[in-house]
Design a binder for this molecule. Structure first.
Ligand SMILES: C[S@@+](CC[C@H](N)C(=O)[O-])C[C@H]1O[C@@H](n2cnc3c(N)ncnc32)[C@H](O)[C@@H]1O
Length: 211
């Protein structure tokens, strides 16, 4: 595919930086077969739409609407998607903590990468039994791990462009190097994940609300 047919911002921030993470979304789609996904703090990271047919993106970046309104976005997704149906793409140029016209409780998967405490603030978008795939960069997986509404079900390991889902030895993850319990208040204050003895690229939690 020529560079001209790739949406400009996506090319600059994800293709040029070799950070599309295609296989990450591929392995999640293959394992969990999500129909509807939501990606708060996505910026223009539209790679999930290549593997998941209905995606909602939310980001406060002022360039978001112009990006998604460009016909190149739909063309790029249409040319690269792996599923047969037409993609459904919704986007909101907004703070994800604001009340949005997005239905709650219907999403099979939510993604949270480098964009704050999405597991906490956007929890209501997930359906019961849905999953969140989050990393620990800002501490979101630290917070999810001490939230009774979530249960760790798998981790994603990364080896350059290869991503694999593992369910092995899950009890050996999310353990702090200094042996103390995860400190929710400290994570929220510093917006940095706890330092774990064994790290994964991302953690997959199932949402089963207790209340
Ligand atoms: C470092 S980028 C990460 C983008 C993408 N998740 C990725 O993995 O490449 C963080 C993005 O989160 C967005 N963001 C952070 N806090 C947000 C909030 N409260 N509401 C909406 N977007 C937010 C920023 O605008 C930015 O585009």
């Amino acid at each position: 595919m020529s560079d001209h047919s790739i949406p400009k911002l996506y090319h600059r921030y994800f293709v040029e930086k070799q950070d599309e993470r295609r296989q990450l979304f591929e392995v999640v789609a293959d394992r969990y077969h999500p129909q509807k996904g939501i990606y708060p703090g996505s910026f223009v990271h539209i790679t999930p739409s290549l593997f998941i047919s209905e995606m909602t993106y939310i980001d406060s970046d002022r360039r978001l609407s112009a990006f998604f309104e460009d016909s190149k976005v739909r063309e790029f997704i249409a040319e690269n998607k792996v599923y047969p149906q037409d993609p459904v793409i919704d986007w909101y140029q907004s703070d994800y903590s604001e009340k949005l016209p997005v239905q709650k409780g219907i999403f099979d998967v939510m993604f949270s990468f480098y964009a704050g405490f999405i597991s906490q603030i956007c929890k209501g978008y997930l359906k019961e039994g849905g999953i969140i795939v989050c990393n620990n960069s800002h501490g979101d997986s630290s917070l999810a791990s001490v939230d009774k509404d979530y249960q760790l079900v798998a981790v994603i390991r990364r080896n350059t462009d290869n991503f694999t889902i593992s369910k092995e030895n899950l009890d050996t993850y999310l353990i702090k190097k200094d042996g103390t319990p995860i400190n929710r208040e400290k994570v929220i204050k510093r917006m940095v994940g706890e330092n774990f003895t064994k790290k994964a690229f991302a953690y997959i939690f199932r949402y089963q609300p207790k209340s």
